[in-house]
Ligand binder design. Structure first.
Ligand SMILES: [Zn+2]
Length: 247
């Protein structure tokens, strides 16, 4: 049963991941993303259906638009690959109800991560939807888990705001955007008492990212690391990896 669901999740995950990445990219350009045919980001030419097959089209076209040869943003490929991975992991590890919720939350995070990577801004709407889905997933584990999620979210928000204050006082730069704080709070609703793991993993990923990327202002988009870490910890928690230790 789960294996069949995984085979269905593969193409569905790729298509929804593609849509999510496109929505995130278009948000950074101030364009609507929800309706309308696929278009090239650069020359705005309408794409035929053959050019919109996730992953395969990107590879076939060599990562460039067939019309104008402008490079296709790698966020499309990353979103499609992430969509496949998270949809398959969800149906393999969780019962179908929570699996659909977790995969939906993952897709919202794909859009948020792509938007943050491009513009270093996280759309509030996506964090709100992530919070609702995270709370629904916590409730699937029981009312106690949802309560712990609320406490974790409030604690996360308070700690990160204090941290921003300390950074700002010391260096004149809060280092962390308010968008990151809101997304972390949304994810903490789901990850509950396992939230420290989210910060350990996201922090390590952020350090690697900081080492590898030499940005002029020494800052990075933290959203993708935060989203990936929060979703992974949430999925592990939902799948019972933490056992009876954490509700
Ligand atoms: Zn083009």
């Amino acid at each position: 049963m789960n294996l069949l669901a995984a085979w269905i999740a593969l193409p569905v995950g790729a298509v929804v991941g593609s849509f999510a990445a496109t929505a995130g990219l278009r948000w950074t350009q101030g364009r609507q993303a929800i309706v309308g045919r696929s278009r090239c980001d650069a020359c705005d030419v309408r794409l035929g259906y053959a050019a919109t097959v996730p992953i395969l089209s990107y590879l076939h076209l060599g990562g460039a638009c067939a019309g104008c040869r402008a490079p296709i943003h790698p966020g499309h490929l990353a979103g499609e690959a992430a969509g496949v991975g998270l949809a398959m992991a969800s149906v393999l590890l969780l019962p179908i109800g929570p699996a659909i919720l977790a995969a939906m939350l993952g897709m919202v995070l794909v859009a948020a991560a792509v938007a943050d990577a491009v513009s270093r801004r996280l759309p509030d709407l996506l964090s709100i939807v992530a919070a609702v889905l995270g709370a629904a997933l916590a409730l699937q584990r029981g009312p106690a888990a949802l309560l712990v999620g609320f406490v974790a979210a409030v604690t996360t928000g308070a700690l990160l705001l204090v941290l921003r204050g300390i950074f700002a006082a010391r260096t004149g730069d809060p280092k962390m955007g308010l968008g990151d704080v809101k997304l972390a709070m949304a994810l903490a609703l789901w990850t509950g008492a396992a939230t420290p793991w989210m910060f350990v993993i996201a922090g390590l990923a952020g350090l690697v990212q900081l080492r590898m990327s030499k940005t002029a202002d020494g800052r990075i988009a933290f959203g993708p690391a935060l989203a990936a870490a929060g979703w992974s910890v949430g999925l592990a928690l939902q799948a019972g990896v933490f056992g009876d230790l954490i509700p």
